[in-house]
Ligand binder design. Structure first.
Ligand SMILES: NC(=O)c1ccc[n+]([C@@H]2O[C@H](COP(=O)([O-])OP(=O)(O)OC[C@H]3O[C@@H](n4cnc5c(N)ncnc54)[C@H](O)[C@@H]3O)[C@@H](O)[C@H]2O)c1
Length: 461
């Protein structure tokens, strides 16, 4: 297809975990559109243009290879890309602010605002701007104010189209989403812009899953969705602590409550807690918004979700310390997994980081193993005091260790030869299953001492 024959030119600013896969899917499904993805980070763009994509997602390589060079392009030329595009998605990072008013709570909108100014400065025709990043409710208003320069005849319609994909299943989530939410101003021009975005998704998403709303509901829904998901995790994790005290088994409790169709069975696996770049930051953002609106009770309620998450990680470390005779000094502990969840190499806010730091403070030696996340793990733990080895092979990693801690629920860890692993470890050998993915009965019969989340320990003492 020649460039001039594309039906539309779509741009995404920000080639990260969201921008890259989302645009790859649009390009893959809609060969009639030209899709450009730009970033300020040239090495990220080089990676998107190479055989080694900057992120690991099952199925992503195939769709990128199918569309790249055909109608999907990655570039650092932000200025020209803005000029050419009719629709601009903004998918830059919106981390928690670390300075000034709202530090540690509010969203840091500096990258977002810079992008808005770039769009204003380089545009010479009307455009639809789509908020893809997760943002505080009412950000679109600020965006509109930045984009509107006095005397300019260029019209910008701002839409909110939050991304609900989950890392590890991003391609599946994008190909077959539960829903796509598009919020707009309810003016004739806002509704017209919203319909244009609906038509893009309608190329492959069934119409009944394309939902529209006012722009503020759309912005807020993303924060609320993440808050509810994280709340499920903290809810079952809080119960896991009670299970450990009472000899109830959290897996059995989760099964029993999850079969109630009003509760449902998803997101009920007790674990060392949630990680990832979004849950904590989005809840903090929600808490901050509540406080700014004078809703302290509501803020405190959601803050509790984060408090339980910290408590759960702390409990895991304390359990290791207490069960290994109250000293970890010089003991070798092998981490099975470091990514914040399976099927991704992303380690942002991984519980593994928190746990590794605490164990190093106890003077334990660490061996980190993970099929995808070792490069990121090395960056996360760089400069910490103590001995850390990085070994991908799980057998070699566990050899001569005193304990294994399952940090990530990679399927491969459930299928290992634990007889062989036991033979290579120091005695007594411990397994701390932070994801409840192993066969505890069998491991106990091999000789391991097993500590799992929300379960009575199985030991040989
Ligand atoms: N990661 C997820 O699973 C997920 C899911 C849903 C929503 N989100 C939201 O999507 C947004 C992006 O998240 P992410 O995980 O993709 O972040 P990311 O850090 O992986 O990617 C953001 C990219 O934006 C680039 N960038 C920043 N400022 C820029 C500018 N002025 N011009 C061009 N590029 C710029 C950065 O270099 C980076 O590559 C965040 O708001 C996040 O909350 C993330």
């Amino acid at each position: 297809m020649k460039e001039s024959s594309f039906a539309k030119t779509i741009l995404c600013i920000g080639a990260g975990y969201v921008g890259g896969p989302t645009m790859a899917m649009i390009a893959y499904k809609c060969p009639q559109y030209k899709v450009m993805v730009v970033d300020i980070n040239p090495s990220r763009i080089d990676q998107w243009n190479s055989d080694h994509l900057p992120i690991y997602e099952p199925g992503l390589d195939d769709i990128v290879k199918a569309a790249r060079g055909r109608n999907l392009f990655f570039s650092t030329d932000i200025e020209n890309a803005i000029r050419d595009a009719e629709i601009i998605f903004v998918s830059v990072n919106t981390p928690t602010k670390t300075y000034g008013v709202g530090a540690g709570m509010a969203a840091d909108l500096q990258y977002w605002e810079k992008t808005a100014r770039q769009i204003r400065d380089f545009s010479d025709s009307n455009k639809i701007i789509v908020e893809k990043s997760t943002l505080p409710v009412r950000t679109a208003q600020a965006m509109e104010r930045i984009l509107t320069s006095p005397g300019s005849h260029i019209r910008f319609d701002v839409l909110s189209n939050p991304e609900f994909l989950a890392e590890g299943t991003a391609v599946k989530d994008l190909e077959d989403p539960d829903r796509v939410l598009i919020g707009s101003r309810e003016t004739p021009s806002g509704v017209k812009a919203r319909n244009q975005l609906v038509e893009i998704y309608a190329n492959w998403v069934p119409r009944d899953r394309l939902i529209t709303s006012n722009i503020w509901s759309s912005e807020l829904s993303k924060l609320v969705a993440n808050a509810f998901l994280a709340q499920r995790i903290s809810s079952i994790n809080s119960i896991s602590a009670l299970c450990e005290k009472t000899e109830a088994d959290v897996t059995e409790v989760a099964l029993a409550i999850g079969m109630d169709s009003r509760i449902g069975n998803k997101f009920l696996n007790a674990s060392i807690g949630f990680g990832g770049s979004c849950f904590e930051k989005d809840i903090l953002n929600l808490v901050y918004l509540c406080r700014c609106n004078g809703l302290d009770e509501v803020a405190n309620y959601w803050k509790g979700v984060i408090d339980i998450n910290v408590y759960q990680k702390d409990r895991f470390v304390l359990e290791m310390l207490q069960s290994m005779f109250n000293t970890l000094s010089g003991k070798r502990i092998c981490f099975y997994g470091f990514a914040f969840k399976a099927d991704t190499g992303d380690t942002r806010q991984s519980p593994g980081i928190f746990i590794a730091k605490k164990l190093l403070e106890e003077k334990a030696e660490l061996v980190i193993s993970d099929p995808q996340a070792l490069p990121n793990a090395k960056i996360d733990l760089e400069g910490l005091q103590g001995k850390i080895d990085y070994i991908e092979d799980p057998y070699e990693a566990a050899s001569n260790c005193d304990a294994i801690a399952v940090i990530t629920e990679w399927k491969l860890y459930a299928g290992l030869d634990y007889e062989k692993i036991y033979q290579s470890m120091n005695r007594p050998a411990f397994i701390f299953d932070g994801r409840n993915i192993l066969d505890h009965q069998r491991l106990h019969s091999i000789g391991f001492n097993i500590y799992a989340i929300g379960k009575h320990p199985k030991t040989h003492f």
